[in-house]
Design a protein around this ligand. Structure first.
Ligand code: ATP
Ligand code: MG
Length: 166
């Protein structure tokens, strides 16, 4: 088994239901460490890039609105966890995609639901493979936002406009 990092998103339905604490408690029992965390207001661009493998699905537009928070609150909690076998460990505790098929002891089994419109409100995302984990971590986080990096990073001069306190 190898040391891995995985991206977890606590989705807008879980935030509006005040489930962050319960979900973080469950994740903390998986013997993996948090190496990054931030609240994100998800742009359309980020949402579409994150779920780009599902672009052809008929639920894609609804999925983008859901993860952007149109139905709940416009925030997600993005986290990176690191540890032995972290990707599979987290997928297991997260549970099946369809909330009704998810085992009742999993996070989706406990907190997920399917709406009458057919939207899966399944509370949480976890990367599904090493390749996807790397892609997703690099999409959501800059290297200096993580307390440990497992992918190579380099120092470059960046000139950009930044919002500062006035
Ligand atoms: P996630 O990527 O969010 O962790 P997953 O890997 O278990 O979920 P994917 O196939 O990647 O499942 O689907 C991504 C998201 O798209 C799901 O979490 C769910 O919100 C939505 N979704 C997947 N399949 C369906 C479906 N058949 N109908 C409606 N929504 C779906
Ligand atoms: Mg997925």
């Amino acid at each position: 088994m190898t040391n891995e990092q995985t991206l977890i998103l606590i989705k807008p339905d879980a935030l509006i239901k005040s489930l962050i604490g319960n979900i973080l408690t469950e994740l903390s029992e998986m013997d993996v460490d948090i190496v990054g965390a931030k609240i994100v207001k998800v742009s359309k661009e980020l949402a579409e890039d994150h779920y780009r493998n599902l672009k052809e699905k008929d639920f894609f537009d609804e999925l983008i609105k859901y993860i952007m928070g149109h139905y709940h609150t416009k925030r997600v909690l993005a986290l990176v966890y690191e540890g032995e076998d972290a990707i599979n460990k987290m997928r297991k505790i997260v549970g099946s995609t369809h909330p009704e098929e998810a085992h009742p002891t999993t996070i989706r089994g406990k907190y997920g639901r399917i709406t009458s419109k057919g939207i899966f409100e399944n509370a949480i995302h976890a990367s599904e493979s090493k390749k996807e984990a790397e892609r997703e971590i690099k999409l959501w986080f800059d290297p200096d936002e993580l307390t440990n990096t497992i992918y190579p990073a380099k120092k470059v001069e960046v000139k950009k406009q930044e919002l500062v306190w006035s």
